[in-house]
Write a protein that binds this ligand. Sequence first.
Ligand code: ADP
Ligand code: MG
Length: 350
Amino acid sequence: MLQNKILKSVLALLIMFTCLSGCSKQETKVDPKGMSYFDFFDTVSFIYSYTNDDMETFQKKCDKVADILEQYHKYFDIYYEYEGVNNLYTLNANAGIKAVEMDDELIEFLLKAKELYYLTNGKTNVMLGAVTKLWHDERTAATNNKADAKLPDFNLLSEANKHVDIDLLVIDKENKTAFISDPEARIDVGAYGKGYAAERAAEYLYDIKAYGYVLNIGGNIRTIGSKMDGSAWTTGIKDPADLNRFALRINIKDIACVTSGVYERYYTVDGKKYHHIVDPLTLYPAEYFDSVSILTKDSGLADGLSTAFACMSYEEGMKLADTLGVDVIWIFKDGTVKYTPNVENLIIGG
Ligand code: ADP
Ligand code: MG
């Protein structure tokens, strides 16, 4: 069982969250704790406590957060099925065949995923799975053997693109079923699932008033409350040109900060990098920026939007950010950094 595989370790806190310059003396009295997990969403997850929770209390809260992440990990998995649960693997396996019964939590998520499509003018489309699979398969083949590195056949991409309509995902709220009505269509929630799951974990922490906690799910940050003295945490937006440094450091509290970067997952063909965010218009990796970060309370929304904003121009993104009331940081291919006006208030000295 997954639970048994979970590798955990208490960590010294990473430099990712450094004490603010000039942070109060009160801060030093707190004994911050960190816990890491390696089995969710194909990435590393960290839970940090900046409270006076003793080790046992911290551990209990971490266990509950891990349970939530594990549950959503199982729901969203498109590569494996798990006993006793219909997940997205089951949904894909039954594409064009039959509707699948699902837990309320998964139905709720799928409804939100469809909303996200409309919110982003179709840029984040969880039904793009037939297309993303072609890229994923080539990336995996290239990772296993560099000599195999090649691009997916454009005819195959175009053919797959005939099976990406969001309406192919049919959700029956009353009967709690979902159905993919086209046998060639596939769901892929890589753009949205991690952040959504993190938000469900954040919800739990708010419910038990665990203010002063920070979740870092594969680089998706969700801060719950503030530090005990009311101050913010500092997080860094990586410089895509040099991943060992930050392009920008910002103060955040009670908010999510999620980045989609071209450096996260990619492979190389003829010296050119092909990353994992697919522009639904070109069916190729999005070419606009090196990274886009979204700052907004809901980490699910932040995750869903980070992918969408990576697939639209700065001008289009500015308009959408204004409509949705979210903050955005764009890092262009030439290293230029731009952001929505409010970000100015969050930036701390370089
Ligand atoms: P990460 O998973 O590194 O945080 P993203 O949140 O941007 O990055 O999600 C990228 C993943 O989402 C890809 O690996 C792929 O599975 C899927 N994907 C890529 N492009 C799109 C898109 N335009 N719409 C929906 N899903 C996408
Ligand atoms: Mg995303």
